[in-house]
Design a protein around this ligand. Sequence first.
Ligand code: FAD
Length: 275
Amino acid sequence: MNTFYQLWGVTTPDQAKAKIEEQVREAGITEPANLEEQAISLVGTDMYKKLIKEYTEKQWGRKATDLPAFIIKRLPVRFTFDNNYFNDRYQGIPMGGYNKLTEGLLEGVEVQLNVDFMQERTALTERAETVVYTGKIDEFYDFRFGALEYRSLRFEHEVRDTPNFQGNAVVNYTDAETPFTRIIEHKHFEFGTQPKTVTTREYPQEWTTGSEPYYPINDAKNDAILRQYKAMAEQEKNVIFGGRLAEYRYYDMHQVIGSALKKVRVHFGEENRVE
Ligand SMILES: Cc1cc2nc3c(=O)[nH]c(=O)nc-3n(C[C@H](O)[C@H](O)[C@H](O)COP(=O)(O)OP(=O)(O)OC[C@H]3O[C@@H](n4cnc5c(N)ncnc54)[C@H](O)[C@@H]3O)c2cc1C
């Protein structure tokens, strides 16, 4: 509602809904042919121009009219004066970060770091009853059906001589003029009170082989390649493919943890266990 108020001066949910409905009706799009049409048909022209168009074009490095409609299936619109980005009951990261959490989980377990599974594949597979593979699925199969594509990011870190730079952990920049998509100010995740602050700017960029893959491009071309790898993966008896790279899908942390827990239950048969 804060955004609607700033955009249109409306103060009630009904006024905001009416404004959106009016713009959707005026656009008259019945079968969206691309991302732009899809977004306008969901939230109207003003919201699309202000929050979606330039941000999406920056993220994907392509015009919204050249992007497929299916990228945006839903655009959650909230009619409350609540500035939280998500509706989730709990938001945040574990105190000390995910490394601390992972170290706790792995206590007493032999861990070898900086070992490329693909280089040591035979020896490692021989040692294990079951392999949990979290690398790229196309790499696991030596790219035999082609390489899956990604969007990548470049990070710019800065130590700033101020205790508080932006007053929030994440601020997004939806305009085309700003070359980065957001600034992370790390101390706010843990309510830090240090005299200085560390920020990270995220710049979207094309992914090239060898650079860090971040966001899967789930379009028709990549989905067709993925289907072939998945068919092979389903035949594997002793390999569990898990996570964003092995499943080639975008996961948030809570989703990937949920998926891992589900795989554990399926693998160890706990789904059928009677307590
Ligand atoms: C830029 C960015 C911002 C994000 N922001 C958020 C956010 O704000 N909130 C949120 O909830 N989620 C966020 N996410 C998503 C979150 O990071 C992922 O959901 C999560 O990390 C996925 O876990 P994973 O285990 O699938 O993959 P990863 O964390 O990538 O783990 C895969 C592991 O496999 C290892 N590996 C791969 N190949 C090999 C190999 N050949 N040999 C040995 N090891 C290998 C990698 O080194 C890595 O350690 C963000 C993701 C990105 C990229």
